[in-house]
Design a protein around this ligand. Sequence first.
Ligand SMILES: Nc1ncnc2c1ncn2[C@@H]1O[C@H](COP(=O)(O)OP(=O)(O)OP(=O)(O)O)[C@@H](O)[C@H]1O
Length: 830
Amino acid sequence: MAETSLSAEKLKRLLLRLPHECLGLDLSGISSSRLAKTVLRHLWQLIRNPNSAVTHRKRAQIILITLAFSAATAGSGICYGVYKLLANIRTGAFGRKPVMRRTRSQVMLANGARVMYVPYDENADNKKRVFIRPKNDDRYEHDKFLFKYLGKNKPSQLFYSKFLSQLSIIYRILVPTFTDRNSFLLAFQIFFLVMRTWLSLFVARLDGQIVKDIISGKGRKFLVDLLCWFLIAFPASYTNSAIKFLQRKLSLNFRINLTRYIHDMYLDKRLSFYKLAFDNQASSSVIANIDNSITNDVTKFCDAICSVFANIAKPVIDLVFFSVYLRDNLGTFGIVGIFVNYFITGYILKRWTPPLGKLVSKRSAAEGDYYNYHLNLINNTEEIAFYHGTKVERTKVNALYDYLMEQMLLVDRVKINYNILEDYVLKYTWSALGYVFASIPIVVTTYSTGINNEEINMREFIVNKRLMLSLADAGSRLMHSIKDIAQLTGYTNRIFTLLAVLHRVHSTDFNYGAAIDDLDLKVDEDSSFSTEAVRGTVQKGFNGIRFENIDVIIPSRYGKEGTKLINKLRFQIPPVPLLDSANSDSQINLSQKLMPQGPGSSMLILGPNGSGKTSIQRIIAEIWPIYNKNGLLSVPGAADLFCVPQRAYFIQGGTFRDQIIYPMSADTFYDAGHKDKELVHILGEVKLDYLLKRGKGWQYLDAVAEWKDVLSGGERQRMNFARIMFHKPRFVVLDEATNAISSDMEDYLFNLLKRYRFNFITISQRPSLIKYHDLALDIEGDETWRLQDLGTDEAITSIDKEIETLQEKLENVNLWEQERTALSRKLAYI
Ligand SMILES: Nc1ncnc2c1ncn2[C@@H]1O[C@H](COP(=O)(O)OP(=O)(O)OP(=O)(O)O)[C@@H](O)[C@H]1O
């Protein structure tokens, strides 16, 4: 018992003496309530006072830094805890669960911003709120010129770097404003990087101090310094993980900014995703595999730029700090020696760096090709199976895979030699030189004073060696980043190409890849000079569809000199424009829109394969240009026009409802007050209501499937009619929309269109459809065409002629029947 109280007494005395020996602070007679205040004030004075002992000041700094970090961490933790608590109290998350069930995932705000709720764990109630700002069109108009003119007006060849210019433009997307959160994250990262270097300096000094304590056998001092070591380890480890976290967070934020920027241009009403195929860089691997570019290249670029930043910033800060500190220890000569060594090494390594940028870009392209081919296989499995095309596909896919492997190996192979050189120079030569430089001050002091104080020399050597090694490490990281920069150049180039092409295609004056220099654009009827390749006019909001002298030309680099399919096409639907233009207002009731229009007008476009029938639809949908200057296209507003493509499209992973209302989203469907009842009625109209019986009640509307595979060819085409019935556009263009449908159903569907008084243009190969149309446009090939009014004398005569030929054929029926009986008789003998 007495022994225990004795050791407790000893420990108490040791603890009381510790502040005195460690910090020169006498705590005897200080009451426990004033203890913390006294210690803090003493620490602050030690740092402020230039006359305080160096060891005491260092310890005071370490303790204060540790305390500040711990306080900041604890403070932010407490704040977050209180915030969560208040948020839970406000939303009433305690005790009872909210009864409201969210049926939609996103809400559109009045300013065009979108708020989405994304579930983030298995518990479906935990949703993250994602806020998407409205698209800023002015920004794209402004940025377009940055991409267009890059490199065209180089200020000077000497200082021009394509990589840095590209990066500076992309940087504006990554960090749009000075007050952006990414700026703060960058500032934080730099702060932690400086902090890390500062802490490394402390650790280096402490290291030397501990070794000195051990060699001189000062046990108590050793214990105190060891305590400091453990204390400094807190902020040191916190700093390292903070740097890593910030690097990751920045990379993700950059990716979000860049991806949204790309999506906004790629998927908007200017239909860049379609027009990309006509750009003059469409065959480049970046655009040909744009899916890979948007998903993989963007991710790799963001990771690369963040890691290059950290890999360069870290060693640069280290180099500055360590060299300032080392200058005091090694002298100017030593520091200059170190830096000369760096420059020589840097030069040698730069000369031997393989062209990694190009190789990495090639590897990315090969990855894209391979991935894309697999996608193509998945999308066409049935067709390939019918053709027995497995062998050809396997050969192709293997070839692509082999090429990908070759590219991957090539990158690694060229890295081998470089890595050998890098390791030899950076790991071994530099460490050897480090020992030389670290020993310089000791040798010089011993030589000049003739005294060899081993303890002090040991401490000096340990500190210098540690710093030298850190400096060498910083330098080598800087040199390693030469390789990373080379890779980043490749990714930057790919991302820049992607953005530049997107800007070009997204622009209102996109010329469909016409090479202006090749075109004789200066020659013009009114001799006015113009460099535009696309010079037709489009009039929107017209109460019909009108073609006025339009040359249908396949878009190509030859512009208006390209292959012409139809010459000066002219027609109008309805032939006399509807006077009631007020009805085109999308505000009015949809059923009203269809009512008192007079019968819907219709036109049938006939012609051989490849004559340009679908191309007319492409011009109506404004996805193909009108090249000739006197060509005028008049079309109704987007809400009044519905183009049905040859192959019906079905949205991936959507419900049956999503397919009927396409291109409307389910959210808009409910927002606009639509009801499932309407859809059931429409399905009945197009005779698809039997599909609903596959689920209980109307549950089938919520069924999710690969609808393009589930529905048969005819069903898919009837779904197109359901879409027309749902959207009720005033004008419909149907491209071979009934070729998989039985003739009785075809008859029913065309009568349905007529009953609802739609105005429609049908593209077909089958003259039998004439009976449902008022006009017939016959594309005869060789750029010629003929428009026939099916109610005119000419049309009636042609129909009469058709009847005459049929009657002539009928007269031969008796003869053919006799021939058939004779043949059957012969067959009976055999
Ligand atoms: N993106 C394109 N690039 C190059 N040529 C094209 C492109 N799209 C269509 N063409 C060509 O334009 C011509 C007309 O095509 P279009 O699709 O208009 O024919 P169509 O009359 O509808 O034929 P079909 O009855 O077979 O559907 C075809 O020779 C086709 O090869």
